[in-house]
Design a binder for this molecule. Structure first.
Ligand code: UN1
Length: 478
């Protein structure tokens, strides 16, 4: 099998260490073999990124806009092929895989436009004959560290703004999804960027990841992943004074009020909790349901869950694919055990399923009779597992939804304008959804949370400028 290489200083670089990437729906299906960058290779990426910075600035904004547009176009043209690769290696359904690739293409197109909308402020000084100019400049080299659950969209929403605002990039993707990361990188390498502006360094967090965090040549780190690793990023970057941006976990509530349209509520809950196998930091894992609709909602959920088709995501009738790997499956099963021991009732699912090939299939699980203080309602599981919590009224629903260390996304299903508005105002989450699933966001508006979910400037949309640029204030006497 040929080895997919790293990309440093405009060259494809081999390595003696290689890892293979397997299909979670069929563990005998090896997707590819990927070179693992050594520490020295990571160092050379930091070096060439620094060296290429001036040349990159001198290319100007039309060049940058055209390059991003070209990358976006190729991603969109190849969405069927790239979507299939994504589903094969990550396990989300083919429709979700193609949808994610489309989103990645749109993100590059959006930032191609943003390049041409860069601006600043010119203001009079309090001193006569002096003018003050406020401009945004690139931060320098950005380390991009991405998780496995959105193998192309998350890299796109970090790399595209990084390049759009004039930065150089060192990209370290998660080891489970190197096929998509490599394909995206290969497209970027053909966009005509000067050597050294974009670098791919595949490798372990403990090696390549740690090198990115600790090297003074990396001026900023954008990270999406676990709370534990996020803490390490924050610590390393704070100590050496590098900028950082963290997107971490969620324990997102979906409130269902008595006055909700039941079909809307059940659709939001099934989509939010179980689509993409529940492996989204925006997944609805706590379904907070008012007493008057509770019985109807729970029954409809049970029927809805049992009707879901779990299987190989490349089959077009599949609605729920496999869990990413054995470690995540073990973790999911452990939490199902924890829930039962805590006194929750497992109403549906939670079973390992056999399919035509060996894979990590788990039937979507729903707990009822749960309270918000249970571990299954406080800790992020990152699997197709949700709990129902019964509440009496809006105030209790709101207070339970806010009673969490996380604050990424929060949803409410209601037909009352009053509840919708109050929830939007009083929810502590960074994103609020009314009659929509907590997961599944637009690509052109800010994304991010509060409390333990996020730290640093928002991602996506024009708000991304906050992270990918630094502000300069110039005073000119004339
Ligand atoms: C979405 O819900 O559309 O890792 C995006 C995650 C998030 C992205 C979710 N950063 O799940």
């Amino acid at each position: 099998m040929s080895v997919f290489k790293n990309y440093i200083d405009g060259q494809w670089i081999d390595s003696s260490e290689v890892i293979e990437n397997i299909n979670p729906s069929d563990t005998k299906d090896v997707i590819g073999a990927y070179a693992q960058a050594t520490n020295e290779q990571a160092q050379s990426a930091f070096d060439c990124a620094k060296r290429s910075f001036d040349e990159w600035q001198n290319k100007g904004i039309q060049f940058r806009a055209d390059a991003l547009d070209k990358i976006g176009s190729e991603i969109l043209e190849r969405k069927a092929e790239l979507g299939e690769l994504l589903s094969r290696e990550e396990g989300k359904t083919l429709a979700e895989g193609i949808g994610e690739v489309t989103r990645a293409g749109h993100i590059f197109k959006f930032y191609a436009g943003e390049v041409l909308r860069l601006n600043g402020d010119l203001v009079p000084s309090v001193r006569p004959q002096v003018e003050v100019e406020i401009t945004r400049e690139p931060v320098g080299t950005v380390g991009v560290i991405t998780p496995w659950n959105f193998p192309i969209a998350i890299p796109a929403w970090k790399i595209a703004p990084a390049l759009a605002y004039g930065n150089c990039v060192v990209f370290k993707p998660a080891s489970q999804v190197l096929g998509s990361a490599w394909a995206l990188s290969e497209i970027i390498t053909r966009a005509g960027l000067p050597n050294g502006v974009f670098n791919l360094v595949m490798g372990a967090g403990s090696n390549v990841g740690a090198a990115i965090l600790n090297d003074n040549r990396v001026d900023a780190v954008s990270f999406t992943g676990s709370v534990t690793t996020g803490g390490k990023v924050a610590q390393a970057c704070t100590i050496r004074g590098a900028k950082f941006q963290l997107e971490m976990g969620g324990k997102n509530p979906l409130v269902v009020m008595d006055d909700a349209d039941i079909d809307v509520a059940v659709n939001c809950a099934i989509n939010g909790a179980f689509f993409s196998t529940g492996q989204r930091c925006t997944a609805s894992s706590r379904l907070i349901v008012q007493a008057g609709i509770y019985d109807r909602f729970v029954e409809a959920m049970k029927n809805g869950i049992e009707a879901l088709t779990v299987g190989n995501p490349l089959n077009t009738d599949t609605q729920i694919g496999p869990v990413i790997d054995q470690a995540q499956l073990d973790k999911d099963l452990e939490y199902i055990d924890i829930g039962i021991k805590e006194g929750a009732t497992l109403l549906a699912g939670g079973e390992v399923l056999k399919r035509e090939a060996d894979g990590f299939f788990l039937s979507p699980a729903l707990f009822v009779d749960t309270t918000n203080d249970m571990r299954i309602n406080q800790e992020e599981i990152f699997g197709p597992i949700a709990s129902v919590i019964k509440v009496n009224d809006f105030e209790e629903a709101l207070s339970v939804s806010n009673d969490t260390q996380f604050g990424l996304s929060a949803g409410i299903c209601t037909t009352s304008l009053k509840y919708a508005h109050q929830f939007k105002r009083r929810s502590q989450a960074g994103m609020v959804m009314v009659n929509l699933p907590t997961a599944g966001v637009d690509y052109h508006v800010p994304f991010g949370g509060t409390k333990g979910s996020s730290l640093g400037a928002r991602e996506q949309g024009s708000y991304a400028a906050e992270f990918y640029t630094k502000v300069k204030t110039s005073y000119i006497l004339s």
